[in-house]
Design a protein around this ligand. Structure first.
Ligand code: NA7
Length: 537
């Protein structure tokens, strides 16, 4: 292929996964290029610039651990970092390790096909060939805009939280409608409400949210991490979520109600997603889960002055934690403001966007701006938006017609030499993403070095190993309450998407052990071969 550039590895994406991949591959003497649709690094943190955007994992843990100097030198300013600070960090890493020279910005991948033992990757800016191709495309990178009729007719401005204008938006004095009450909405509504003349929040499903208790990062806390960083990182890697926080294994049903209440109060005071580790059976036992859910509903009722509004905000159709739990700063209290109105869409959905605003089955509203916080085509959307073809022209779309199937979330049978970082079938969105990214990148790059050391050039998941992994992942998921929720983990938010539980819920630590064992056993479940061996056949 003459007009294409050749590399050992073509990486798609220059978010946290793509950056670390470039660094690792360079370290082992392999040529690599990262193809990035955006004009800058950072992935999720490049696009999600909505007001109040913040990580829900503590800064000391939502950061790379691969370089001791980097983790010692970088200083976070807050307990939970804002989007601009995380983006600064991604840029710092790109500069510090001189990664930009191997990134092609403004280069969107349209397709990739495996032919003559190589991946031919087509982009909006030329063609690239790699013996291996790694999809470092993120799990929440294809935004979802509902197909409301009349969208184009609206005379004001519309925004999606996941594609926020880089110059920011000033809502001062505006009438704003926010559609959705997931994490992005819960983070942005309190900030938008401080600016806007009035905010209408359109809620279809209420969500559980735990306070962040964000604050400036105090030095003693920073030291408590940095003095023993390696050790704490090791511990985090073996936790279920890849986050080091206190875990109580006891059952919520074993303790006296007063003791249970005290434990929940302590967790509430601690804040963030660690709330779900208050007891060991919250994600497996409905009755145990309900004690936590009812505790949070009590907090909502205490925070929101108007009892009717409080009731509407109380989640009632999914066990707590089975939809990604939100972490907020003053979300529920925002509904006490005179300039915030909650609109219940249950029984009266949005029918259309109108030139003035929007219309539900019950009423019409006029707005200057509408913010769609309507989420993503999670985990598979970005991969399926590309035309990916494996051996014999097999299309990923067809291989995944009944839902995504992978071996370990790392490879798909029929797609040799194609890896996915944090793909479906791996813990990914159920974990601290940077911990999962580092684990996948280390595993993939170790595998590539191992292959090279043995003169092997081809690796692919066997059908049998993939079937067994899918069966195991389903089995583990169905031991929990997660499949009960209509969540994006299940693909429910996208019309026509097959409904299967996509991430692996067995836990980050257990999953790491499985991946390590597979590698130690000479990459059990993968078919390996070499170009020379094939030529001789
Ligand atoms: P989410 O969590 O998918 O939230 C999307 C929200 O938009 C959710 O409340 C949806 O209600 C709502 N939605 C979607 N379509 C509609 C229509 N047609 N009408 C009304 N409301 C609608 O996305 P986020 O961006 O908030 O968060 C994604 C992840 O990013 C988050 O978990 C963090 O990990 C970071 P529904 O619940 O479907 O009834």
């Amino acid at each position: 292929m003459q007009d294409a550039e050749h590399f050992d590895v073509v990486i798609v994406g220059a978010g946290f996964a793509g950056l670390y991949l470039l660094h690792r591959l360079r370290g082992q003497g392999m040529s690599a290029v990262a193809l990035e649709a955006a004009d800058g690094v950072g992935g999720t943190w490049y696009w999600n610039r909505y007001p109040g955007a913040r990580c829900d994992v503590e800064s000391m843990q939502y950061s790379y651990s691969f370089d001791e100097e980097l983790q010692q030198e970088w200083r976070w300013s807050e307990r939970f970092a804002t989007q601009p600070e995380i983006l600064r960090y991604a840029n710092h890493v790109a500069d510090r390790f001189d990664l930009r020279r191997d990134i092609r910005f403004g280069t969107r991948v349209t397709g990739a096909e495996f032919e003559r033992d190589r991946w031919l990757v087509r982009t909006t800016a030329g063609r690239f060939i790699g013996r291996f191709c790694v999809m470092a495309t993120g799990c929440l990178s294809s935004t979802r805009m509902p197909d409301f009729p009349g969208l184009e007719s609206f005379r004001g401005k519309t925004y999606h939280t996941g594609q926020w204008p880089h110059e920011g938006v000033d809502f001062t004095g505006q009438r704003v409608g926010v559609v959705g009450t997931g994490s992005s909405a819960i983070q942005s509504i309190p900030v938008i409400a401080e600016q806007a003349a009035h905010v209408h929040v359109f809620q279809r499903t209420p969500n559980f949210s735990i306070p962040a208790h964000n604050r400036p990062l105090d030095e003693a806390y920073e030291r408590s991490w940095k003095d023993v960083y390696a050790e704490r990182r090791r511990k985090a890697r073996m936790m279920r979520t890849g986050i080091d926080y206190p875990v109580n294994q006891a059952s919520a049903l074993e303790v006296e109600p007063s003791e249970r209440q005290r434990i929940y109060e302590d967790r509430w005071a601690l804040g963030s997603t660690s709330f779900m580790a208050a007891f060991g059976d919250l994600i497996t036992d409905q009755a145990a889960n309900e004690t936590a859910a009812e505790f949070v509903r009590g907090k909502i009722r205490a925070a929101v002055k108007d009892p009717a509004v409080a009731e509407l905000l109380c989640p009632d159709n999914h066990p707590i934690g089975t939809k990604r739990i939100c972490v907020d700063t003053g979300y529920y209290e925002t509904f006490n403001r005179d300039n915030v109105t909650l609109v219940n869409l249950r029984g009266a959905p949005i029918e259309a966007i109108t030139p003035e605003g929007l219309r539900t089955a019950e009423a019409s509203y006029a707005f200057d701006s509408i913010v769609f916080a309507t989420g993503f085509d999670a985990m598979t959307g970005t991969l399926l938006a590309m035309d990916i073809r494996g051996e014999g022209g097999l299309r990923l779309e067809d291989a995944w017609a009944a839902g995504p199937v992978t071996y370990l979330g790392l490879m798909v049978a029929g797609f040799p030499n194609l890896f996915t970082v944090t793909g479906p079938g791996s813990p990914s969105v159920l974990s601290n993403m940077i911990v999962s990214i580092e684990q996948h990148v280390d595993w993939i790059t170790d595998a590539l070095a191992w292959l090279r050391g043995r003169g092997l050039t081809r690796m692919q998941a066997t059908e049998q190993a993939q079937d067994e992994w899918v069966r195991h992942a389903n089995e583990v998921a169905h031991r929990t309450l997660y499949p009960q929720a209509n969540s994006w983990y299940m693909g429910v938010n996208i019309p026509g998407k097959p409904q299967v539980f996509m991430p692996y819920i067995g836990g980050v630590g257990a999953y790491r052990q499985i991946c390590d064992e597979v590698a130690a056993e000479g990459y059990r479940g993968f078919a390996l071969s070499g170009a020379k061996a094939q030529a001789a056949e």
